[in-house]
Design a protein. Sequence first.
Lengths: 283, 363
Amino acid sequence: MSGAEGYNFAYLDEQTKRMIRRALLKAVAVPGYQVPFASREMPLPYGWGTGGIQVTAAVLGRDDTLKVIDQGADDTTNAVSIRRFFARTAGVATTTATAEATVIQTRHRIPEQALTEDQILVYQVPIPEPLRWLEPRETESRMLHALGDYGVMQVELYEDIAIHGKIKRAYDYPVEVAGRYLTSPSPIPKFDNPKLGDCPALQLFGAGREKRIYAIPPHTPVRSLDFEDHPFSLDHPGVPCAICGDTESYLDEIVTDDRGGRLFVCSDTDHCQSRQKEHGHAA
Amino acid sequence: MYVAVKGGEAAIDAAHAWLAEERRGDPAVPELGLDQIAQQLGLAVDRVMAEASLYDPELAALALKQAQGDVIEAVFLLRAYRTTLPRLGVSLPVDTGAMQIDRRISAAFKDLPGGQVLGPTYDYTHRLLDFTLAAHGEPPTPPCAVPQAGAMPRVLDLLADEGLIEREMPPADETGAVPDLTREPLAYPAGRALRLQGLARGDEGFLLALAYSTQRGYGRNHPFAGEIRQGQVTVEVEVPELGFAIEIGEITLTECQMINQFKGDAERPAQFTRGYGLVFGRGERKAMAMALVDRALRAEELGEAIQGPAQDEEFVLSHADNVEASGFVQHLKLPHYVDFQAELQLVRALRAQRPEEQREAAE
């Protein structure tokens, strides 16, 4: 059973998948480099994860188990929609358990649970070019990448420190991959940046509208940009998850009333639920 | 305990059901047929075909019906279908010189071989609401147009024979593959062939505004509507086994050739230059806008100063696609809790480290 009638397994035709796989191979061979690819128009809108969906479609096999998260959660509407898309067009097994998934497509988060060598993490990327806000022209930014000339980014970060005392980037915090390419980790909170480096799983990044694919192969060094006297650091609200009590996970802030009431809970719903089961916390 | 509500399966199903109900409207009102849409809302169908880059009036009508008349949504539906179609071959270039003319006008010459043919245009209608249409009445039948027989030479060729306008030179190598931005990622500089493809499928509103901006000083190029022609052309493909071309169908096109001033430079004498627009269907507004923008984008080639966004290839081509633009603008309604949370923490941290007196002064 290949899923939706009239369409190939996982929607894309095999020629398109081959084209995407070739781009993926190049991306893995040159970590952090943005490989242009002939992105297709997908039946979901640009900005909804068309790049990630194409990458997932190209790597998905019939035996795979797919997990899709958005903002760390399996039950956000867009995650539900993409998971259904593959359940319908590929007929693959889906799961919400991080450990059971072989392919995980994500928007804006890296799962809390450590990934393994048997897993592929596919990121949805809106703007793959880390230099875009400093140099809007593709012709210029590609040249800067070719020359490895990232002074403009260093100056930007330095100016943040000079003016505000700290680097004003809370998400999409730029990284250097394998000591060479300046790379956007996609809009994950910088809290997740340390998970990018030396990760046993293959990390693939797809930007559909911008027609770029890039990769961080397993166990690749990734450095979040910083300065010797201003090392990279993480922000945390300093309270545990109100449901599972975790003090180390990334937390969503929930407004509980109109008198300033706030509650912090795990953004990773699978992580939170498995901790609740383990520790017998009631939700 | 507060439980985070994050949408979910039931909400999506309910939303889709509601949408289907909205689309159908009152069941007591007869449902629209695709033939009604294709026949009676033909200009909307044409626009959907043009911006979706797929010539199929029936599917475009279906897309419009499914999208409740939202043109960009209909373009999106048709594009997402088109992208799955195999490329079986490439047609021969269509010959607009041999077009079966419905309309042909020139603003540059009062009369010319073949004459001025107004065709079915809104140009000289008075925009008064016609209440007989609302009352299910039919307006008086106008005299039937006589199909134009005989030669209708291109206006610009008349000028080219005198050397007053640049000749359109075919590319040095015509045997190579036709560039296609839907099959290869666009790289800059894109060149004119890809630019024209990008403009032909670009958003009409965006091109209209850019074209308008060149008329208001942001990259002025002194245009005259040399010729606008609208009608049917035949599409031919060469089948290798046969060794000759066969007709596979007929499509309606609108072509606009602008004549633009060029002062000349060290190598070239003063002469007129061209801007070119070609769209599926009866998209005259779009064809004219496209021709103006095409000419504006030739600024670099012709050594003109770049003074406006319409002259900037990367700016125009990266923002002309309405399916891309619509998706990315609207993706802002997807959840961004995680990033917003990170920003909240950052703003709190920045405020916390500010000296007390500064904070008081600010408040």
